[in-house]
Design a protein around this ligand. Structure first.
Ligand SMILES: Cc1cc2nc3c(=O)[nH]c(=O)nc-3n(C[C@H](O)[C@H](O)[C@H](O)COP(=O)(O)OP(=O)(O)OC[C@H]3O[C@@H](n4cnc5c(N)ncnc54)[C@H](O)[C@@H]3O)c2cc1C
Ligand SMILES: *[C@@H]1O[C@H](CO)[C@@H](O)[C@H](O)[C@H]1NC(C)=O
Ligand SMILES: *[C@@H]1O[C@H](CO)[C@@H](O)[C@H](O)[C@H]1NC(C)=O
Ligand SMILES: *[C@@H]1O[C@H](CO)[C@@H](O)[C@H](O)[C@H]1NC(C)=O
Ligand SMILES: *[C@@H]1O[C@H](CO)[C@@H](O)[C@H](O)[C@H]1NC(C)=O
Ligand SMILES: *[C@@H]1O[C@H](CO)[C@@H](O)[C@H](O)[C@H]1NC(C)=O
Length: 481
């Protein structure tokens, strides 16, 4: 069995589908083959520009047969690539000859450790719709669940699991989320609670803080934990009922084990549960034991490339395939995009990689345009979207815009925050360094996205304006028009 194509795209996630779709536009006469191991693919719909660098869109799952004209598909798994002879082989033995190939194989959940393989059926990695369904099915009879990880997904799970005892094991000294800081989390929590007797409910507060004041104090942490209902991350769990078997209905608070990690996992003597041993970073504390039905590992995903190549692919420290600004790997005519790759080019001052739908889409179409240009002997430049980090999402019904170094990423301790918060309405955070805007979080209908883009890219000195840049009586947009 053999196939032939000009462009081979591997993977049916956002990166692969965006790559194939941009090839269908830029190289409409060439043959494009999408190889995907699953007949359901992800695609971007309802794309709406929010500002120059920001787009909002929905991700829909669709049947591969519904993909646009010009894209042929094959449902199978990639097993091997011979880059020098330009062919690939699938698991079922189909040989595909190609001129160019783009690897968009995404990521697989990081599990605790390969040593724990014997308990694999009780350790669940959260990755996608499939694994959430699996989690739901298994939790139907669970009493105790251990959650491992301190990212956005773990934070959400810890808040969203009902009717089950949650033991949340985190390596840090405080709970945190990938997308929002503790201030924004509190904004969401207040928006979710009743406003009885709150005279100043709509009052606007403005606050300027130095780096050292940013870490939440112990009692604030406890307060955050004891209020249920406000999860921190993207709302992927909304469509699923994550209830355990305990049935009682009264919400239980997660028990948090700070600065801890799992040292041992054993089957309990009667074989029905797992005994988890925790070690606290602080050596003086006794190791702790937890009995649980399951361990949910939400420690993130790891780039997935479980196929072989004739010449080794160059990998980054995080396990991703290194790509340059044109999305080229070290192998001739082999490209990569999305979660599987690591940006190995010298990044622009206001951009960094974060494994999100936004970047999977941007990288996928960049790879497509780059391959098409090479094929047509044309020159293409890196897309301007890689100049500025931007992500648009929706949390608890509020629009959320993240721009630049929105959590002070890579700024060390040398930055200030300026926050304006109006309950139930908006939360605006400016990250300032040397008086210049380096990043922003905009929650609510703030209309500030484009202004912030300009302020960040132009490096406008905001020092002369002081706290006035967030004064609600002054229209920032007019200020800089
Ligand atoms: C639980 C969870 C929630 C998330 N929520 C959000 C969110 O709300 N917003 C956001 O922006 N981002 C979110 N992310 C991140 C986002 O999902 C990823 O950044 C994005 O999906 C990456 O797209 P991709 O196309 O690179 O990879 P993937 O979506 O992982 O797609 C890879 C595809 O390749 C296929 N594949 C892999 N290996 C092979 C092979 N050998 N042969 C054939 N096919 C293969 C896979 O089956 C899959 O279809 C979330 C991630 C997780 C884990
Ligand atoms: C594509 O093919 C059509 C008909 O075969 C031809 O008219 C058109 O010029 C081609 N386009 C490109 C970009 O080569
Ligand atoms: C996708 O569509 C094809 C043909 O239209 C069908 O045979 C297949 O079962 C569909 N797959 C899913 C998962 O719905
Ligand atoms: C594949 O590639 C390698 C080196 O790149 C080459 O030596 C080998 O003969 C190729 N063909 C096959 C069938 O393995
Ligand atoms: C099995 O043993 C554990 C403690 O080791 C206990 O918590 C659990 O309830 C027991 N289960 C059954 C079914 O006996
Ligand atoms: C910033 O740059 C944009 C676009 O280049 C320009 O339109 C705008 O006037 C500039 N604003 C300031 C405050 O310099």
């Amino acid at each position: 069995m053999s196939r032939e194509c000009t462009f081979l795209v591997v993977g049916g996630g956002i990166a692969g589908v965006s790559c194939a779709e941009s090839l269908a536009i830029c190289a409409s006469n060439a043959s494009i083959l999408l190889l995907t191991e699953c007949s359901i693919v992800k695609s971007v719909t309802n794309l709406v520009p929010v500002a120059r660098y920001l787009h909002k869109f929905d991700v829909r799952e669709k049947n591969v047969s519904e993909l646009g004209a010009g894209i042929t598909t094959i449902v199978d798994q990639l097993e091997h690539i011979n880059s020098s002879e330009h062919w690939a082989r699938t698991k079922t033995g189909v040989v595909i000859k190609f001129r160019y190939v783009c690897l968009c194989t995404g990521g697989a959940p990081k599990l605790i450790s390969s040593r724990q393989e014997q308990h694999a059926d009780r350790i669940i990695g959260i990755r996608d719709t499939d694994s959430v369904l699996e989690l739901q099915r298994r939790l139907a009879s669970a009493k105790d669940v251990v959650i491992l990880g301190n990212g956005g997904i773990a934070s959400e799970l810890a808040h969203e699991l009902h009717d089950v005892n949650v033991h949340w094991v985190i390596k840090d000294g405080h709970i945190s989320a990938t997308f929002v800081d503790p201030g924004a989390a509190e904004f969401f929590q207040l928006a979710n609670t009743e406003t009885e007797g709150q005279v100043d409910a709509a009052a606007t507060a403005i606050k300027r803080m130095r780096y050292g004041e940013l870490l939440p104090r112990q009692e604030e942490k406890l307060q955050l934990q004891s209020k249920r209902g406000a999860a921190l991350g993207p709302d992927w769990h909304r469509n699923y009922d994550l209830s355990g078997g305990d049935g009682g209905g009264s919400p239980k608070l997660p028990k948090v084990y700070y600065k801890s990690h799992i040292t041992q996992i054993e089957q309990s003597p009667n074989g029905s549960t797992l005994q988890v041993t925790l070690k606290h970073d602080d050596d003086s504390e006794q190791p702790e034991q937890i009995n649980c039905d399951f361990i949910v590992s939400a420690t993130g995903v790891q780039p997935r490339h479980d196929f072989t190549t004739d010449v080794p692919l160059e990998l980054a420290e995080d396990g991703g395939i290194n790509v340059d600004e044109m999305m080229r790997t070290n192998l001739c005519d082999v490209y990569a995009a999305g979660d599987v790759c690591t940006a190995a080019w010298m990044p622009a001052q206001h951009w960094f990689q974060m494994r999100l739908w936004t970047q999977a889409r941007q990288m996928g179409s960049m790879a497509g345009r780059s391959m098409a240009a090479l094929h047509d002997g044309e020159t293409v430049y890196q897309d301007f979207c890689f100049e500025l980090f931007g992500h648009v999402t929706q949390l608890f019904g509020f629009p959320v815009v993240l721009l630049g170094r929105f959590n002070g990423q890579g700024l060390g301790r040398d930055y200030e925050l300026l926050v304006r918060c109006t309950r139930n309405k908006e939360y605006i955070k400016f990250v300032l360094q040397n008086g210049r805007l380096r990043g922003a979080i905009l929650i609510g209908d703030t209309d500030l996205a484009e202004t912030c883009e300009n302020l960040i890219l132009n490096g406008t000195d905001l020092e002369p304006y002081g706290d006035d840049i967030l004064n609600p009586d002054i229209d920032i947009e007019d200020y800089f028009d």
